[in-house]
Design a protein around this ligand. Structure first.
Ligand SMILES: [Zn+2]
Length: 315
């Protein structure tokens, strides 16, 4: 497949981009990533972003096809997604929900179990195959497919999706079209202003080939409110990784003594420790209180690594 690429701002099209950082993608011959920041709208974007969806980037779903639902869907995510839906319920009038870029379908599955009239759309063949294998109402269509009716959804969810999209402005405009008047958009994306990114720089795990754009609370608000009739009425940032804490500790070994392989092992170990901590927090009330306090502080200064926004369509 020959990729058609563009180098101007992914959000507003301005050519006034300023080089921000370079990241070498070690070990797998994937080259490097260069991020630029638009001097017009401040969005951060991949220098040579592809104009279309690149299926090869999402091949990894295929390796999970033969796993059963109990193995694939982590219980900890089930309870997290249930609590998201519980908090959204009072803000939404009806129950018709669309999860865009639904991946393996866990959010659709949880929503159906919670009584929502939920469905999903996804472009990765292997992810759609997993969803359909589980009997979920998930179609392989894009957001612009004419079978999706305008003004028809009470809730649209975009969980970690917008950063993968080649043309986020028309994409978010189409999302708004599909919502009913007063419908709700729930959108999550990594926060480029986060403490994690500031400490880790190019080593921030979020910076990789799949992500074409990177937002902050203000650039996300700009994207949404300049392209739609949606009003962003809530933005929260939360979470901070163990990897950042490790980076702040005095180092036993200087970085130059580590090979790329050592660095990769270190990253995998940190990811596993992060997951272990998530499980520990789930079962400990005192850790939950500490986490709540940390997230309060991160949100106060807009420094959390995960960003959640809620947007309402004008009536
Ligand atoms: Zn721009």
């Amino acid at each position: 497949m020959t990729l058609q690429i563009k180098t101007s701002c992914i959000t507003c099209g301005s050519d006034k981009g300023k080089f921000l950082l370079n990241k070498a993608l070690d070990g797998r011959g994937e080259g490097e990533i260069n991020l630029f920041q638009c001097q017009n709208c401040q969005t951060v974007y991949l220098q040579d972003w592809p104009l279309e969806f690149v299926p090869e980037l999402y091949d990894y779903y295929a390796s999970r096809f033969h796993q059963d639902k109990q193995t694939l869907y982590e219980p900890i995510n089930d309870s997290r997604l249930k609590s998201v839906l519980t908090s959204l319920k009072p803000l939404v009038k009806g129950q018709k929900m669309l999860d865009v870029g639904c991946g393996e379908g866990q959010f659709v599955d949880v929503a159906l179990r919670c009584g929502w009239d939920a469905s999903g759309i996804e472009l990765s063949d292997s992810a759609v195959a997993i969803c359909q294998n589980f009997g979920l109402p998930v179609q392989k269509i894009d957001l612009f497919d004419q079978t999706l009716e305008t003004n028809s959804f009470d809730l649209i969810t975009l969980s970690e999706v917008i950063e993968h999209i080649s043309h986020p402005a028309p994409f978010i405009a189409r999302t708004a079209q599909l919502l009913k008047p007063e419908g709700l958009l729930y959108l999550t994306t990594p926060n480029f202003d986060s403490l994690d990114r500031r400490i880790l720089g190019a080593d921030w795990r979020v910076i990789h080939r799949e992500h074409l754009s990177y937002f902050t609370p203000s650039t996300l608000k700009y994207l949404i409110e300049n392209n739609t009739n949606l009003k962003v009425f809530y933005i929260e940032t939360k979470h901070f990784s163990l990897e950042s804490i490790g980076r702040l500790r005095p180092k036993i070994l200087p970085d130059q003594d580590l090979t790329n392989n050592d660095n990769q092992i270190k990253t995998i170990e940190t990811v596993e420790r992060d997951q272990l901590l998530r499980h520990k927090i789930e079962f400990s009330n005192s850790l939950k209180i500490i986490k709540f306090g940390i997230n309060k502080m991160l949100n106060l200064f807009g420094l959390g690594s995960a960003m959640v926004s809620l947007c309402r369509k004008n009536s």
